[in-house]
Design a protein around this ligand. Structure first.
Ligand code: THU
Length: 127
């Protein structure tokens, strides 16, 4: 399996999801080939929960990285788990029309273009 997908699956092991019990991992590849991982982090107040994708993006951004190639998202579902709407907006901001690779614990994968996941996006071009 590709290292990026393995990294997403491994990051999933760190998920803090005591409320939903739905564990998600993400692995983001920057233009230098470095991998930034994230897991979902839930909170007793529910609404403060951060998804794995946004944790990965914010980790990289906070370390000064701005250019990315693609992201992998890992979850334990037969129908592969796609990013939520909020994450799609954040991914569009920093990855543009990148590939989003979904993977499950059996190694099943599917790849989507961000433009297909978020048609007609609102972004900085409107401001
Ligand atoms: N979640 C993610 O981390 N990424 C996704 O792509 C889908 C949903 C998390 C948020 C919450 O902790 C749990 O999964 C259930 O929604």
């Amino acid at each position: 399996m590709e290292p990026l997908l393995e990294a997403a699956l491994k990051a999933r092991d760190n998920a803090h999801a005591p409320f939903s019990k739905f564990h998600v991992g993400a692995a983001l590849e920057d233009v230098d080939g470095r991998i930034w991982t994230g897991c979902n982090v839930e909170n007793a107040s529910y609404g403060l929960t951060l998804c794995a994708e946004r944790v990965a993006v914010f980790k990289a951004i906070s370390e000064g990285v701005r250019k990315f190639r693609r992201i992998a998202v890992a979850a334990d579902t037969d129908k592969l788990t796609p990013p939520c709407g909020a994450c799609r907006q954040i991914l569009w901001e920093f990855l543009g029309n990148a590939d989003v690779i979904l993977v499950n614990l059996q190694g099943k994968t599917a790849t989507f273009k961000m433009r297909d996941l978020l048609p007609e996006p609102f972004d900085a071009s409107f401001i």
